[in-house]
Design a binder for this molecule. Structure first.
Ligand code: AHG
Length: 280
């Protein structure tokens, strides 16, 4: 695991440089979700693949930017799913973006997850690594330095509601509004990594990306975004559900499957469960 952790750190430093210097522009290719890939998406994907290729413990990788999984080392034990540059469309307006990693033993699937990690590229580069505990690191003078352990409070203050409101179910809208009526503040940048990072570091709240009338299974991908963050939130003392059950109990049929998802402190998730068990 230490070697995996080191490879992620090396990747993060190289990706930070790529974001700083790379010309921004679209490639001629689409990813498996039908989105036109930025050149930067492809470059970041290659960086991570190169770094994991050097680690014998990594058996297979699967990337949001690749159609199929790729075996790297037949004797390795770790399977790693990753989103190399989540929120990459925000780079041109200079908002924070991130990389997300799910680490599994013996095969992909939430039940096999043993660790997860994400990196935030903002004014500073920070990394959060979740195993038994959730630990925050800061890139300082070329190295990631341990900062502190992260724990979520029981009840938060922030509300990050994703998805096109026009397509929300009425009961979902009512639930989102109920938090605002209670004094919650809106925080939504359009980048899952900084939005979930803010909730984790600033005392809790709710991030939701529901199923909508146009996308009943939501937008966010199970293996590349949803499972890794569900692992982080649970290990930090919060909860992560699809409306009713734990996200980490969901399976997947295709690598690029999506799921509605709700991440938060216990208080907010209890309300999601109440609303969704009556309506969903
Ligand atoms: P992408 O990597 O294609 O830019 O998508 C970003 C993801 C996620 O980071 C974010 O929470 C969500 O898409 C935002 O979606 P909406 O624009 O629909 O709110």
């Amino acid at each position: 695991m230490n070697q995996v952790f080191d490879a992620i750190q090396r990747s993060a430093k190289r990706i930070k440089n790529a974001i700083d210097i790379k010309d921004i522009g679209y490639s001629q290719q689409e990813n498996s979700s039908g989105e036109t890939q930025l050149q930067l998406d492809i470059q970041c994907d290659m960086i991570i693949e190169e770094e994991f290729s050097k680690v014998a413990a990594v058996h297979t990788i699967s990337s949001e930017e690749k159609e199929h999984a790729e075996e790297l080392h037949a004797d390795g034990k770790y399977f790693i799913s990753y989103d190399p540059l989540d929120g990459s469309s925000l780079v041109d307006v200079n908002l924070s973006v991130g990389s997300i990693f799910g680490i599994y033993e013996g095969g992909f699937g939430a039940e096999n997850m043993v660790a997860s990690c994400y990196v935030v590229y903002g004014p500073r580069v920070e990394m959060v690594f979740a195993q038994n505990k959730v630990k925050l690191y800061l890139l300082q003078a070329g190295d990631f330095e341990y900062v502190k352990e992260i724990r979520l409070t029981e009840k938060g203050k922030l509300n990050a509601p994703g998805g096109t409101q026009q397509n929300w179910e009425p009961y979902h809208k009512e639930m989102v509004d109920s938090f605002f009526k209670e004094g919650y503040r809106l925080r939504y940048s359009g980048g899952m990594v900084p939005d979930l990072h803010q909730i984790l570091l600033k005392g809790g709240g709710l991030f939701s990306y529901p199923g909508t009338s146009d996308k009943p299974e939501g937008k966010l991908r199970r293996l590349f975004e949803v499972f890794p963050f569900a692992f982080v939130y649970e290990k930090a003392g919060g909860e992560a559900i699809d409306g009713k059950g734990r996200l980490l109990e969901l399976g997947y049929r295709h690598l690029h499957d999506t799921s509605p998802c709700f991440f938060g402190s216990k208080y907010e998730i209890a309300r999601v469960k109440e609303v969704y068990s009556q309506n969903g």
